[in-house]
Ligand binder design. Structure first.
Ligand code: NCD
Length: 314
């Protein structure tokens, strides 16, 4: 794999390969010195044109644990503010000798555009509403590990996964649905009609606006963040009303099956979609998602940049 731009481009074999490599990276991360020389001398640049805390730090931690050199391009202090185009920015940084760009941008499709302007690997860290493939991979890895599933192509077979909330604006939902269903899970999309995309009926999912009818019968409850920064119209007339119908509150939490995993990509809107403290829930794996994110991103960088014969375990 040279680029990781979307889940469909990666395909089911690619997903399984990354998840298995991530198992190895989890082991590396447990060592007293969680660092291997796999990417010595390679430079990885993060180009984040949108705000981010966990994704950027997670990628940079992953790159450092593989001994890559890392550079961060921060838009707020860059020549983008002097009118530099995306192409000039990429070509300028590329001229310094870069092995991979990790890119986040508010416009869908930017990772594909970038790969026309540079020979470096492109890793998509979120493009608009479109894709967030490493989030989907770390979510699959978390479910697979926490539920003790097999390591093969059908590792999520038979699981019922509800994805709840603002699906319309969510690149996480789009990538997760593609990855979960590719691995055999049954996905139920739950949200108010105004926050479901018009094309949802063409997706390989069940759809409902009644969270209470499914909450007691799922293996994974995946809560999405309400993406208020992406809404340019009033899609939710009243946030309180939204929370009444779609938030995870105490009453709903008490109806979850004892072994049901609760997940959220972060950052959470407490009091909007999350009315309970996740640490009060028996099986919240939200912080596991964050720690698995580092291992999964190490696997992605190694898969894209590692030499065929280089040893991660050395
Ligand atoms: C997500 C994102 O930015 O797409 N967050 C993340 O990567 N941790 C989800 C979100 O912002 O709601």
């Amino acid at each position: 794999m040279k680029h990781l731009r979307s889940i469909p481009e990666l395909g089911v074999d690619g997903i399984v390969r990354i998840l298995n490599l991530a198992d190895h990276m989890v082991e590396v991360n447990r060592r007293p010195v969680p660092k291997v020389p796999a990417l010595v001398g390679r430079t990885v640049v993060s180009l984040f044109f949108e705000d981010s805390t966990r994704t950027r730090i997670s990628f940079e931690t992953a790159a450092k644990r593989l001994s890559a050199d890392t550079m961060t391009f921060s838009v707020s202090t860059s020549s983008v503010n002097k009118g530099e185009s995306l192409r000039d920015t990429v070509e300028t940084v590329d001229a310094m000798g870069v092995a991979a760009f990790i890119v986040r941008h508010k416009t869908s499709g930017v990772p594909w555009q970038l790969s026309e302007w540079t020979d470096a690997s492109i890793i998509n860290a979120g493009d608009g509403w479109h894709q967030h493939p490493t989030q989907a991979l770390l979510d699959c890895h978390t479910i697979r590990t926490e539920l003790g599933r097999s390591v093969g192509r059908e590792c999520l077979a038979g699981l019922r996964i509800a994805i709840v909330g603002d699906v319309r604006h969510s690149r996480v939902a789009r990538s997760d649905i593609q990855a979960f269903t590719a691995l055999g899970a049954h996905v139920i999309v739950v949200g108010p009609r105004t926050l479901l995309p018009p094309e949802v009926h063409t997706w390989p999912v069940a759809v409902t606006s009644d969270l209470d009818s499914v909450i007691g019968d799922v293996d994974v409850l995946y809560m999405l963040r309400m993406q208020r920064e992406r809404m340019n119209e009033a899609l939710v007339p009243d946030l309180g009303e939204y929370s009444n119908r779609f938030a995870l509150d105490r009453a709903r939490a008490s109806r979850l099956r004892a072994d049901c995993l609760v997940m959220h990509p972060g950052p959470m809107n407490r009091g909007v979609e999350m009315m309970v403290d996740p640490s009060d829930l028996a099986r919240s794996v939200i912080t596991r998602q964050v720690s698995n994110g580092v291992a999964v991103r190490m696997a992605v960088l190694f898969d894209a940049l590692g030499e065929a014969n280089s040893e991660v375990s050395s």
